[in-house]
Design a protein around this ligand. Structure first.
Ligand code: AVJ
Length: 319
């Protein structure tokens, strides 16, 4: 059994404060919006796991295919002493990488979910003799404070989650990652790619309705955490492809005119019939565009891999 340690850089109460600030700002904005991070309570995380098994939702399978095919190459290219993983969740796909990385001495999974970190972290510590597992309970959009583990470091940000940030947020986020890395360290990035609209829309509006449930889950979170009285059945899940900005938007469309009360914010939110609340953007990338964004943040391209069908990319960047 290897050592397992857990550090919480997220004070227990910031979550409540951040939620209240995000909801107030987003629901008084025009058009209305909410940041996607509030989908992921226990039920939302379960629904997301279910999404990853749907026939229409290709990104998870595509990324796993690349990781399986390229684990040895990534391990050799990085020679990393520490693997840091942002938004590690269940660390499911990372296992292939951990198995291949022979020089690895420390694994630092970073996630907002303490329960997911404990479960995955303890299993990995038990499986990898001599690997120091140091879990960090943190919001990856906040400044990262990393434990002093052996270099070089491989910082992994998988799953296409970079696409959930707006372009300005991405620029700041990538620059903040660059700031915690040193020469010799590497960034491993998983990003979904621009493709035909039909494939994209199906991935975000599946036939079984799981994505619709996932989308509406944010309303359940607001009802529970803020005492709001959203009726999720009075909204319809919609996926829209913005061809100009090359991102998918998930929205909740009000089916009727209504007024929602949010007691914890002392706020009343009017909805017109047909009004949309944007709950997520999921940007899709092209190689040149991603390269330019990474260059602006101080990263140089090292490797670019896609799955055999060319739907998703895994890329490696030097600092
Ligand atoms: C894995 C968080 C990036 O944007 O594809 C899945 C989340 N949203 N279906 C994505 C998601 C709708 C997902 N991320």
């Amino acid at each position: 059994m290897s050592p397992f340690a857990l550090t919480r850089t997220l004070p227990v109460d910031t979550t409540g404060e951040a939620l209240r600030a995000d909801v107030r700002a987003g629901l008084t904005a025009k058009p209305k919006e909410l940041p996607p991070k509030w989908f992921y309570d226990a039920r939302g995380s379960r629904l997301f796991d279910e999404i990853t098994t749907l026939p229409e939702y290709y990104p998870t399978r595509a990324e796993r295919e690349i990781l399986l095919d390229r684990a040895e190459e990534i391990a050799t290219a990085s020679g990393a002493g520490t693997l840091i993983e942002l938004g590690s969740g269940s660390s499911d796909k990372t296992r292939h990488l951990l198995d291949a990385m022979r020089d690895l001495r420390a694994y630092v999974p970073v996630d907002v979910s303490e329960s997911a970190l404990r479960e995955a972290g303890e299993a990995i510590a038990a499986r990898h003799e001599g690997l120091d597992v140091h879990a960090l309970v943190a919001d990856f959009t906040a400044p990262l404070v990393l434990p002093g583990t052996p270099g070089p470091r491989l910082l992994a940000f998988l799953g296409g989650t970079l696409g959930n940030l707006l372009p300005v947020e991405r620029a700041a986020f990538l620059a903040s990652l660059r700031a915690v890395l040193a020469p010799g360290d590497l960034l491993l990035l998983g990003t979904d790619l621009v493709k035909d609209e039909e494939t994209l829309l199906a991935a975000y509006d599946d036939a079984a309705g799981v994505t619709s449930e996932f989308d509406k889950n944010v309303l359940h979170v607001l009802n529970r955490e803020l005492g709001a009285d959203f009726d999720p059945d009075s909204f319809r899940h919609v996926a829209v492809w913005d061809a100009e900005r090359e991102w998918i938007e998930m929205r909740l469309r009000a089916l009727r005119e209504m007024t929602v009360k949010i007691p914890a914010l002392d706020l009343t939110v009017p909805f017109a019939a047909g009004e949309d609340l944007r709950t997520e953007i999921s940007a899709k990338f092209r190689p040149e565009g991603l390269r330019a964004e990474l260059a602006a943040a101080g990263f140089a391209p090292a490797e670019w891999w896609t799955d055999r069908a060319g739907r998703f990319a895994l890329s490696l960047w030097d600092v």
